[in-house]
Design a protein around this ligand. Sequence first.
Ligand code: GRF
Length: 202
Amino acid sequence: MKLRLGVLGSGKGSNFRAIMEAIKEGWVEAEVRIVISDVEDAGILKLAHEFDVPSRYVPPGRFRTKLESEIEHQIVKILRDRDVELVVLAGFMRVLKEVLLNAFPGRIINIHPSLLPKFRGLYAWTQALNAHEKVTGCTVHYVDAGVDTGEILGQRTVAILPDDTAERLHARIQTAEHLLLPSVIAEIARKRSNRSSVLSPK
Ligand code: GRF
């Protein structure tokens, strides 16, 4: 039985594409049941269409960095209607609150472009450059009530080169993300199929 995923994203969707390609290549025992975005013209919605994956735009409401709880309820319903076991935040630019966190305890993961716990929050690659780091990378972690604070599931490092620009560094981090995120999902799928057919909370 394949691990049933729901993917939330606000941007171009390159991590979603990486998940779909890994599934197609056969090394991730999963299926994406739904893609949800808070941005109507997000690339991730167009990609979902290309890959023939159901998708929904959910208008985000009046806040800038979080969702109204009514909207979190809507998203929970969409995910439950599709029988989603694991929620993957792939560039979803809003902080999740109780309604979503409580509906999927220990079942929401996020990809972040730094070696957490360093450089939480926005533009993490620029933060690493400005801090004169020699190495940065990306992290997949469980989502909890903090910002980029949950238990770490996997990381990949990326060297910072002497003449790096923010754009070039971000591009190399994204290449690392495209390997890391599917690998972590593959691992969760493996563990879940060893345990039972249903993903249980941690
Ligand atoms: C990624 O760099 C991820 O680390 C961050 O948002 C970006 C999403 O990119 N959370 P994409 O939409 O998957 O291309």
